[in-house]
Design a protein around this ligand. Structure first.
Ligand code: HEC
Length: 160
């Protein structure tokens, strides 16, 4: 009998404590809702940034055509001779790295131009690569026209 009473008392006390705690939690949640301003819906830019952040790290393609499309480089505007030289060729031809003929060295360029058949001959060599000169200056993205313009620019700067 004594034992049963203890259980009952405990059960009542326990229920009261749980009830009080639940009440406090409810009050805190209600106050928090009042205090924290509701956030505005994200705009298009924020959604784009969000989607970009959670996009899959990798993609699996089962269709070769889709793969080609997804990995195709975006078309870019053709560069002029000066731009190509500044971006690619001057790395070696600016200072004569690996014994590259220096831009402005009229004697070196004149000699090469003569032996390779002028601008067109030199362009062919520059496209194909020669000794330590990598094909297309090491940038396979450069078109034949851009290579031609670059060689023309370097020749012009070198008295050719
Ligand atoms: C990694 C260094 C390097 C880069 C980058 C480079 N060249 Fe060269 N280039 C050389 C070297 C070295 C030679 C001399 C090769 C030889 O005759 O042994 C050379 C030679 C040449 C020649 C003379 C070829 C001949 O037949 O005598 C041309 C023309 C030329 N380069 C054009 C270019 C153009 C255009 C670019 C940029 C698109 C470029 N190079 C970028 C290193 C480079």
């Amino acid at each position: 009998m004594e034992q049963q009473n203890h259980d009952k008392v405990f059960f009542v006390n326990f229920s009261v404590v749980i009830g009080i705690l639940a009440g406090i939690a409810f009050v805190i949640a209600a106050v928090a809702r009042l205090v924290i301003p509701s956030l505005p819906a994200p705009d298009a830019d924020q959604m784009a940034a969000l989607n970009n952040r959670i996009k899959p790290v990798t993609q699996v393609f089962t269709d070769p055509a889709a793969l080609l499309k997804a990995t195709a480089k975006p078309a870019r505007a053709a560069m002029g001779g000066e731009e190509v030289v500044t971006k690619v060729c001057s790395a070696c031809h600016g200072t004569g790295v690996l014994n590259a003929p220096k831009i402005g060295d009229a004697a070196a360029w004149g000699e090469r131009s003569k032996s390779q058949g002028g601008l067109d001959g030199l362009t062919k060599k520059a496209i194909a690569g020669i000794n330590s000169m990598p094909a297309r200056g090491g940038d396979p993205d450069l078109s034949d026209d851009e290579m031609h313009a670059a060689v023309e620019f370097m020749l012009k700067k070198s008295g050719g």
